[in-house]
Design a binder for this molecule. Structure first.
Ligand SMILES: C[S@@+](CC[C@H](N)C(=O)[O-])C[C@H]1O[C@@H](n2cnc3c(N)ncnc32)[C@H](O)[C@@H]1O
Length: 223
């Protein structure tokens, strides 16, 4: 009994250490990508000096009152995980519904070569995305549309990413209706909330670390 307990503990510690080592190695790989480092540097410099998004991110972390338009970015580790799991490459087009300051779009393109499109309704955030893209000379690959994504037809893409964390149940219902009409084969990725869209299959769900803590990611395919 004692022996088996010891074996289990050693096994557990060994497995945890290997998982942690793998995580550290994965994060380090990011720093080997000079463009990504440049994005980080530019992003933080710009935000520290001009933007209030840190204040907004803090709002989400500290669970104060949030709205549908509350901003919090998906970290680069999530883009990295998604690019790997979805096997993204330059033949794909990745749409971020509610793209905020455009970090997800930039990171996904830099990590995978996929074309990206962001739709964002707040002008200040959209202008930042465009400035950053221009600075990094990525205009051809990362495009932004200023609009409410409920008010326009969605562009034809291979992947749609939505951070549903702050969405009310009414917004989630509206989103479900919107996504009912997208083409078969499109991959939908949601954060926090799962979807009950017609004709979709859940391919994978997993936990990831966001700035506001651990949260769920769901990957669906429209059939
Ligand atoms: C939580 S942030 C996520 C930012 C980005 N997707 C990321 O993961 O880094 C959500 C963004 O969606 C935008 N948003 C919310 N509802 C929207 C709508 N109906 N149309 C366009 N943008 C919307 C908000 O303004 C906010 O910038």
């Amino acid at each position: 009994m004692l022996q088996s307990f010891r074996f289990n503990s050693v096994d557990f510690i060994l497995t945890r250490s290997l998982v942690s080592l793998n995580r550290i190695l994965n994060i380090w790989k990011l720093f080997l990508n000079p463009k990504l480092l440049l994005v980080r540097f530019y992003r933080y410099l710009y935000l520290w000096t001009t933007h209030n998004s840190f204040k907004e991110e803090f709002q989400l972390k500290s669970s104060q009152k949030t709205t549908e338009l509350t901003y919090a970015s998906s970290p680069v580790s999530v883009s990295y995980q998604l690019a790997k799991i979805l096997k993204l490459n330059k033949t794909h087009t990745f749409l971020d519904l509610g793209s905020g300051y455009g970090y997800m779009c930039t990171d996904i393109h830099l990590l995978s070569g996929a074309q990206t499109i962001g739709i964002e309704c707040i002008e200040e955030r959209l202008l930042f995305s465009q400035k950053m893209t221009h600075f990094l000379k990525l205009n051809k690959h990362c495009k932004y549309i200023k609009n409410d994504f409920f008010k326009i037809p969605l562009p034809k893409v291979s992947h749609i990413y939505i951070t549903c964390t702050c969405f009310s149940s009414e917004t989630l219902t509206k989103l479900t209706q919107k996504l009912n009409s997208i083409e078969a084969g499109t991959v939908i990725i949601t954060v926090t909330r799962n979807l009950s869209v017609k004709n979709v299959e859940l391919c994978k769900s997993f936990n990831a670390t966001f700035d506001w803590g651990r949260d769920m990611i769901f990957i669906y395919r429209k059939i």
